[in-house]
Design a protein around this ligand. Sequence first.
Ligand SMILES: [Zn+2]
Length: 344
Amino acid sequence: MKAFYANEQKRHKPKAYLSSGTARPHPEKPERVEILLAGASSAGLTVERPKNHGLGPITAVHTPEYLDFLEHIFARWQRIDGASAEVIPNIHPITRNGSYPASAVGQAGYHMADTVCPISTETWKSALWSAWSAVEAAEAVKAGAPSAYALCRPPGHHAFADVAGGFCFINNSAVAALALRRSAARVAILDVDLHHGNGTQGIFYARPDVLTVSLHADPVCFYPFFWGYASERGEGAGLGYNLNLPLPHKSGDAAFLEALAIALRRILAFAPEALVVALGLDAFEGDPFGGLSVTTLGFSRIGEAIAGLDLPTVIVQEGGYLCDALGDNLTAFLTGFGGRRGPG
Ligand SMILES: [Zn+2]
């Protein structure tokens, strides 16, 4: 299997991170990349640099207004007298029925869901290359590869069509899904990250052609708080095409695999022509977020079970933070997946 990654993805170095009102070191560190690269190479993957795919595949997911914001907000922010070194909003509209603000401060609040996705000078470039890694993996699968891995960093699944949030700016899994959708009538996205894929859900909520399924820690007292409940099933033509499987906190392999079996049955019933796996590794028992208790062996079983769908598959990296087994967990997933599917 090929992996895709560009060095520009390491340049984004978020510093500000507010959790339960306390400033802490930001967990989405560039150091994650080296560990994930080593994990992919231990599983036998070869890493290639993606091409510059331009904005085309990204505008399929995000609004032009939002992409313009992401590209230019850092420079605009720096022109504010006494502005911080990173763009961090201090006000948010509680609904979207007001007016679109003209100022940098107003737009930061409009387009950023929370304070944990600070934008610095390199953020736009890193996010673009991260998305292009996802596009390249989707193109490889469209060209006949059974599967491909996109080492996306920064991650993407908390980004909505016009809102950043939760360390995410461009929704790489959604970008990959719509790149696949150009030649597949139906595409499923299976999100196994510790956190609910709220951005991905929001992007496809009214669409019956992209099924979104997410396994995650129960959001009742966990990010993203407002989404991720089992009652969220889609709307309009998309009703019934979103499935949330929230798990009690600290659930381990058995509970995760049981929920995964439900997810896989739903995906099979949808009969997609291609699959995107939003692969977070933060459901690990030793991950600093500590929400679930999946083991390294568990990731191997998760990979194996997903491979059983036998679908053309793009694996997109989402979360998974610095801990001893981060690289091993990626190796375990990819080995489990590849072991069942064979080389390719
Ligand atoms: Zn996560």
